[in-house]
Design a protein around this ligand. Structure first.
Ligand code: IMP
Ligand code: MG
Length: 231
């Protein structure tokens, strides 16, 4: 939500935590994941093997079951807050959020509608610049709709803050954001994100939609790439 619709129940003012991070609504508790939670690959176990990525991953950071349990929790919280007759319009930001939005929509106990948008932020493979270009725009008008942006990860927040401004000009009734992952230490632009699944370390992560040079999106978990893969 962007603050332009402050008369509605969904427009809760941001609550700022100690590190400047925005706290989610009472309905969701963001899970803190640290490097100590990572399940490291070793000589006896390689999480990449059954997906054809032998020797490429350093660790599993968030296993598939934990992702799915959190998605159920996020979906219930979003549904509890959505007390309107018209279904929410889920906007999936391609490609990273595609796994998340399909699981999220299926976990939602209320009907929803789906739209896709593809944006590209100019920058290197592992960092974002904030200069955003629309590669694929929405197919439909969002005037008067309650929009939920479904995002894979908020790193600097630059992509999302640009997207919020862009969508806000199209006259939606409200915009909320649900993000599966957030890197709190890396937030350069403060974005009011109501629903956040996991706060993760600043390490580069792959899997469950997230890529490195288009690889690893197909993994069912979030993992850490071996340093030898990108250094
Ligand atoms: P931001 O603009 O810096 O918030 O990041 C925008 C996009 O960068 C995300 O939507 C992801 O597609 C990508 N990204 C950021 N961090 C990671 C990561 O750790 N792994 C893979 N992609 C990432
Ligand atoms: Mg993305």
């Amino acid at each position: 939500m962007t603050g332009f619709d402050s008369s509605t129940p969904n427009a809760v003012p941001p609550v700022h935590g100690v590190d400047g991070a925005v706290a989610p609504s009472a309905g969701v508790s963001t899970t803190y994941v640290t490097s100590a939670d990572a399940l490291p690959a070793g000589s006896a176990w390689d999480p990449g093997t059954e997906h054809g990525y032998d020797g490429e991953l350093a660790a599993v950071l968030i296993p598939a079951e934990k992702l799915q349990a959190k998605i159920t929790e996020l979906a219930r919280a979003v549904a509890a807050d959505h007390t309107y007759d018209t279904p929410p319009l889920l906007i999936c930001v391609l490609k990273g959020a595609v796994m998340f939005v399909t699981d999220f929509a299926r976990a939602l106990p209320i009907p929803s509608e789906l739209e896709f948008m593809a944006v590209s932020s100019y920058g290197s493979a592992t960092s974002s610049s904030g200069v955003v270009r629309i590669l694929k725009d929405l197919d439909r008008d969002i005037t008067g709709r309650r929009v939920i942006i479904v995002e894979d990860i908020i790193d600097s927040g630059l992509t999302l803050s640009w997207l919020l401004k862009n969508l806000a000009t199209r006259g939606p009734a409200a915009i909320d954001i649900v993000a599966l992952l957030r890197k709190p230490e890396a937030v350069k632009v403060e974005v009011d994100v109501r629903y956040v699944g996991f706060d993760i370390p600043t390490d580069f992560v792959v899997g469950y939609g997230l890529d490195y040079n288009e690889r690893y999106r197909d993994l069912p978990f979030v993992g850490l790439l071996g340093e030898h893969m990108y250094r």
